[in-house]
Design a binder for this molecule. Structure first.
Ligand code: IMP
Ligand code: MG
Length: 184
């Protein structure tokens, strides 16, 4: 048993739905990058499951690298401070970079990552997120490819965690807890 699954309120996306959507995304990405090679950058740790599934369906020459980040709140409790805790192994200069996220919520993390990566001279820089919660966006952050739009509820599974647990569920579920803002 994976910790206490009693906290799962409902399954939002089943394994089959996720697989089907990832196949569609892979086709979109293939079309967009036809004739080029891709550098996929995964943001640890949440995007790992999505990246692995997506990369295996993309029929293009591609390389993979990872970035680790930590987010914190400032003294007043406002979110938005992000720091790189594990940098990329390789340069991205001149490369076609596709940043892979697990979820874009307020947009603070993504905005920070885009600013940082853009300063390193990639040929192009786009974003593919597994989940998108646009209803909570605070700062503008462009998303080029998205798996699913989700409601304002805290979700777990397929890479997304609660206290580092539940990442290994092969579906995405809503946790039976009140509101996203109570947990982040
Ligand atoms: P943002 O900077 O607010 O867009 O933060 C996005 C980050 O918050 C994600 O990379 C996740 O680590 C975390 N996060 C946001 N919503 C959820 C959720 O519903 N479940 C699990 N993690 C979440
Ligand atoms: Mg996280």
């Amino acid at each position: 048993m994976n910790e206490d699954l009693a906290c799962i309120e409902k399954v939002l996306f089943s394994e089959e739905q996720i697989e089907a959507r990832i196949s569609e995304l892979a086709l979109e990405i293939e079309e967009r990058y036809q004739g080029r090679s891709l550098k996929m950058i995964g943001v640890l740790k949440g995007s790992v499951f999505f990246l692995a599934a997506l990369a295996r369906k993309i029929n293009l020459p591609l390389r993979i690298d990872f970035l680790g980040i930590s987010s914190f709140s400032n003294k007043s409790g406002a979110p938005g401070l992000v720091r790189i805790s594990k940098d990329l192994d390789d340069s991205i200069e001149g490369e076609d970079v596709l940043l892979i996220e697990d979820i874009v919520d307020t947009g603070f993390t993504l905005r920070y990552l885009l600013q940082t990566l853009a300063s390193r001279g990639p040929n192009s820089l786009s974003v593919c997120t597994f989940l998108d919660r646009t209803s909570r966006r605070i700062v503008q952050a462009p998303v080029d490819f998205r798996g699913f739009e989700i409601p304002d509820r805290f979700v777990i599974g397929y890479g997304l965690d609660y206290n580092q647990l539940f990442r290994n569920l092969n579906y995405v579920a809503v946790m039976s807890l009140p509101r996203t803002s109570d947990l982040l």
